[in-house]
Design a protein around this ligand. Structure first.
Ligand code: FE
Ligand code: FE
Ligand code: FE
Length: 165
C-alpha cells in the first residue's frame, strides 16, 4: 500500500485495529472459559460484547471513508494472544491461572489503548470528527476494561493466587 500522507497511515492503522479486534472476538471466549473467578469470567464476556460493538464502529468509519477494512494482519495481537494461549496450556492452580489471564489481557488492552489513542488523534487532525468521536468511545471502553481488570486483580484475584495451593 502506498502511503503518501497521514490519511493513508490513518487507514492503515484502522485496518490493523480491525484485524486485532477480530482476532480478539475469537480469543475472548477461550479466555472466559479458562477463567475460574466468576467476576473475571463475566469481565471477559462483557468485553467480548463490547469488542463486537467496537468492530461495528470501525466498520462505520471504513464505510464513511469508502475504504475496505480488510488487508492487514495485526502481528502484535497475534503475539499477545499467543502468549495468552501459552499461559492457558500451563498446568496452573485456578487462582494462579486467573491472575495470569488478567496480566495477559491487560497487555492486550494496553496495546489497544495505544492504537486507538493514535488513530483518535489522527482523526482529529484530519478533521474527521465523526471518526474521532467513535474512536474515543472505544478508547474509553478499553480504558474502563483495563481499570476493571486492575481492580479485580488487586481486590481479590492476585491475593487468592499468593497461596493458591
Ligand atoms: Fe477492543
Ligand atoms: Fe497491530
Ligand atoms: Fe479491549
Amino acid at each position: 500500500m502506498e502511503m503518501a500522507n497521514l490519511q493513508d497511515l490513518f487507514v492503515d492503522c484502522l485496518k490493523d485495529l480491525h484485524n486485532a479486534e477480530n482476532q480478539l472476538v475469537r480469543a475472548l471466549p477461550k479466555m472466559a472459559k479458562a477463567a475460574s473467578n466468576p467476576d473475571l469470567k463475566k469481565a471477559f464476556e462483557t468485553h467480548l460484547e463490547e469488542t463486537k460493538g467496537q468492530i461495528e464502529r470501525l466498520d462505520m468509519i471504513f464505510e464513511r471513508l469508502g475504504e475496505s477494512p480488510k488487508g492487514k494482519k495485526c502481528l502484535a495481537m497475534e503475539g499477545l494472544i499467543g502468549e495468552g494461549k501459552e499461559l492457558m496450556e500451563e498446568d496452573a492452580e485456578p487462582e494462579v491461572m486467573d491472575a495470569g489471564l488478567i496480566g495477559a489481557s491487560q497487555k492486550i488492552e494496553h496495546y489497544e489503548i495505544a492504537g486507538y489513542g493514535t488513530v483518535r488523534t489522527y482523526a482529529k487532525l484530519l478533521g474527521n470528527d465523526v471518526a474521532a468521536k467513535l474512536l474515543q468511545k472505544t478508547l474509553d471502553e478499553e480504558g474502563a476494561t483495563d481499570k476493571k481488570l486492575t481492580a479485580l486483580a488487586e481486590s481479590t484475584i492476585n491475593i487468592d493466587a499468593v497461596e493458591a495451593d
